[in-house]
Structures are given as structure tokens and as C-alpha cells.
Design a binder for this molecule. Sequence first.
Ligand code: IVH
Length: 671
Amino acid sequence: MVDSSIQSRIRLLTRELHEHNHRYYIENNPQISDFEFDMLLKELQDLEEKYPELSFENSPTKRVGGDLTKKFEVVEHKFPMLSLSNTYSEEEIREWEERIKKTIEQPYQFVCELKYDGVAIGLRYENGNLTKAVTRGDGVKGENVTANVRTIKSVPLVLKGDFPAEFEIRGEIVLPKSKFEELNKEREAQGEPLFANPRNTAAGTLKLQDSRVVADRGLTSYLYGVYGVSGLFNGHYESVVQAGEWGFQVPTKKNNYISLVTSIEGVLEFISFWDEHRHALPFDIDGVVVKVNEYAIQDELGFTAKSPRWAIAYKFKAQQVETIVESIDFQVGRTGAITPVANLKPISLGGTTVKRASLHNADQIEKLGLRIGDTVKVEKGGEIIPKIIGVSIEKRKIEAAVFSFITNCPECNAELVRHDGEAQHYCPNEKECPPQVRGKIEHFISRKAMNIDGLGGETIEALLKNELISSVSDLYLLDRLKLLELERMAEKSVDNLLKALEDSKAIPYERVLFALGIRHVGETVAKKLVKHFSSIEKLQNASYDELLEVDEVGEKIAQSIRMYFQKEENLILVEALKKADLQFSSVEKQNISNILANKIVVVSGTFQSFSREELKELIELNGGKNGSSISKKTDFLIAGENMGPAKLKQATELNIQLLNEDEFIKLISQK
Ligand code: IVH
């Protein structure tokens, strides 16, 4: 019997930690130090570990993530998630008000809000507990991303005050600019491709399978609509204020993220204020949303097929400036693609100093009619790299130099090639051109390919410079002692690297194929190819026509694959990788044992050494079946940390054998 004082201590810690979280993340007014907070959290974690049956489903310890879900469940929205019609000018805003006036005679007010440039989310609460977080999806059905949203500190897991028993609140998940920049800096240092903008990064992050990574990214939320509480409020503005009282991060009058105004002039003032000041905000916005405040009037105005008549979005125009193209550089990518980049006279645009702009390819330069020294119009949309949208011919100086595309690679001097029908020039010297060699290695080790941690851009550079490697297959021949001689390679990093390389030998064939970096063979195409050709030999011998039979493989991809396997250096590389024991065929996994034959096993909670998916696989490989919920038929419950108390109770009542992680491993290791 558990001491009831433990129960009350867990309850107290849970409540206090929720409160401190709120003070820290929403009110910006912490009452205790980070250290004290961590100590309380640690105490709660320890207690929950010892007494999982007493932990709360929405415990603050769950913020750290850890639930590994493979796919997101599709959930129907209780209320469709509509979009807004867009306007771009003062006139259009005035016309919108004219349309309202045609139906509405009584007085009404407008609520002006920021248009957060993030990912729409619907959060459902039952009895003050977050139960579901669903993405917009197609507006009718979205994806259940609750495990990931739970890790976002500004989303309350448990509400405060006097909240309705059941309701939904909608808003936007955004990635603050500072977090986005930090993340890209890290990626740059590791030689990983950069994220384009905070919005895409937020969307990608919400769909990550590992919520521990989500927890690290630093997403935040702004909520702007309460649903399913008819009769509780008269208008939108008061609902937002009230949602703040329940613990949500909402826009406030104080930070001017929201404003209640009585006329369209007030609306225009709000728009012009944020058009000017938006760059100082800690997150991106792409406009302002204007809503009629009164619910009764909203009802009267109703909806068109796609959007409400009572709300409208005003989108800011992308900012444009003029500057001078001082020179043009050429960058060589991993695949040898040459990208011309304009070096600009530095100029401030959208809150940052712009020095460079991509010119994409030779056709683009020709289309612009660009000469060096020209004055150009530069625009910054949602992307970090600004675009040159036109040349101001009238400002052209006589000395502006006509520009011709380079004929040789700026890195290795090989003669460039341009394939029929392609806009891009390529350097064909795959084997020696330094950025291509480096890029191929970076791609090979990347997370979605061979996932070799511990090999950052600098280490790769050092390995190449010291001639320890010249291609990816050399990675598997690395010698521990030689590695230790490298600067900044301590024993621990060397061992980690060698372990990561060893582990990568188990990476399935489809990812190895993707890792080879065959032009136009991305993750999806690699999967399709593996489904069709179960080994690399079969793929190597496939004719052009046979390749075309594969789903999603067209002429361009088929040609690229044929070309890849026609080059001797690639055949040598594949052979060397085979020798290193990488997976080059897709094999049906063989059962390890039949110890769990006819047994139904349920996995619940999180584990130290395995993800839930890995445990489920182990169950199947040992002859067992995975059950999704506990029933009379369940034979074992593998209980991890943070398992729901309801499940535990059910299992105990049904007399189901409980196993912890170690006991399970012991069970399947019996001979
Ligand atoms: S209200 C019925 N308010 O913009 C429409 N949306 O283009 C409910 N958005 O899908 C949306 N900030 O993802 C509303 N303050 C705000 C918003 C906002 C950003 C997004 C939202 C919506 C899209 C519509």
C-alpha cells in the first residue's frame, strides 16, 4: 500500500511545477530560480519513477518528450478549420467593411490581431487537461500531434481558474526567430542543409517522430480562438482575455499583439504600426487578422464556402529595396550543381543586412538581363535567402560589365557540363572536386541516411586533409589510433564515432541506397527502388526500361541511375561498402525465437534502452503479437516510465503479468 503522503507530495509537486512553468513561460515572471525548479522537477521524476501508478497523465515531467510514435493518427476536427480571405491594400479592407455594413446595421467592434506565420493547431481540453492537439490537415481532418505539442512549454497541460469542462482552443505554433537562427547555426556547423524559414521548420518539427527532438527546438504558441463554448462569451476579445486567465499564451493589449477598435481607421492604424515594427517581433508574422468582435454579428454574417465573412487577413507586402550587384560568385554543391550567387552592396532589408542573393542558374541571369554593377530590386519573402526580382535598367552605368557564365569549375577547374533540357550547369569531377567530395560524405552520414553522429563538418575536413579518407567507404577503415592523433579528437569522440559507424552497418538497404547520393534518388525514390529490386545487384543490372516500371521513376531518374552504375568508380565504391558489411539487400527479418508464440503483449510508457517501436519489433521477432490495449487476452504488459495509472489498474485487475524492461529482455533471452 502506498503511503498517502507520497500521493499528496506528487500532487503538490505537479501543481507547483505547472504554476512555475506558467510564471516562467507565460508571465515572464519566475518566482524561483532555475535550479530550484530543476530540483522540484527531479524530485517529481524520482517519485513518478518509483510509483508510476500515482503519476498524472499531464505531469510536467512529460514535457521532456520521449514518446516515439511512428505515424500520426488522423483525427476529424469537431469544427472545420477554415482559412481566411486575404487582402493586400487599404481599399480592400474598406471594401470588406462596406460589405459588412450591407447586412449589419447595429454597432460593432473589430479585433485586430497579428497573423502569426506558423502552423495552425487545435488543442482540446477535457476537465482542464490537454487531451488532443491536432494539426489543420485538410481543414476537415488533421493529424494527432499531441505527444509533440506536450513538449511546448507555453502550452498548458493543465489549466488554471474557472474553465469550461470541454472546449477547443486554436492558435498557431511558431518557432521564434532566435531559435531558428540558433538551429541553423548548429546545422551549418555540422554541415547539414539549412532550414529555409521558421514556418517550415515549425511545421517539420511538429511532424517529427521523436518528441525529444521537438522539446529541444524551442517552439512556442499563440492562441486566438475558443471553440465549443457557446453562450460563455459575447465576443471574441473577451474570450481571448479569458483564455489568458486559464493559462494560455495569448496576445495582450499590453504588447499590442491584439487591439479592440471601434472603426476601420483603428484597424488601419494597427496594420500600419505592425507593418513598420514587425521586424522587431521575436517571431515572424505575415500580416494582420481583423475579426468582427461580437459573436452575434459573426453569426449573422456567416461563412462563404471557405472562410468566415466576419474575418479577413491583411497580408504585408514583401519588402523590397534597391542595391548594387558588386560581383557574382559560383558555388558548387554536393551533386556538382553550380549556383551563381550575387554579392550585393550590403543593405538592410526586413530586419537583417542582406549581402548575397541566389541567382539560381544561367537562365535566370539571362532572364533578368543582369550585368555586374547593375542596380537591382531585392525582395525578401518568407525565405532567408532574398530574391533579385528585377534590374533597374534606367540606373545602369555605361561601365556595367556584360556577364558570361563560367565554363570551368571554380573549385577544381574541370570543364562544366549542361545536360539537354536542364537549367543547371554541373561540374562532372565527382571524385576529386572538393565540395563534391565533402558534400557526398556529409550526405552519406546525415541523419536520414547512415545517421553517423559525431562527424561534423570540421572533422570531415580534418579527415580529408590528413588523407584518412577520400571517399565514404574509407570511413569504415578508420583506425582508432590515427583518429586519436587528430586535433580535438578525444578518446570519447573517437569511440562514439567508431560506434556510430559500427551501428550504421545495420541501417536498412533503402537508406544505404539513399546515402549513396545518386542524383535524383531521394528518400522516397530509394524506398520504391528497394521494393522493386530487392538487392543492389538487381538494381545495377536493371535496364532503362525496367527502371521505368518502378513507381515514381521517370526518364530523368532512370537515366541518372544507369549513369551512376556505368561509372567504374561507383562500382568500386559499392563493392567497398559491401565489404564493410553495409546492407545492400532487403531481407525479410527472420524470427529470433518463438518464446512469445501465441502471446499478446502490450507495451506502455517510455523506456531507457529502447523506443516503443523497437520493443514492438522485438516482440514480433520473438513470435509474439502486439496488442494495442489491455484486455482479458493480454498475456504481458511491458511497463515503462510514465505509464498511465488507468492502464496499470486495469492490468492489475485482470491479473496480467507485468514486466519491466529488464525482465522482458531476460524473458526473450531464455534459450
Ligand atoms: S483566425 C476561421 N487568427 O492564418 C479562421 N488565424 O489564413 C480562423 N493565422 O489557418 C483563423 N494568425 O493558421 C486567425 N490571429 C490569427 C491568425 C490566424 C495566423 C493563420 C491560421 C489560419 C490562417 C488563415
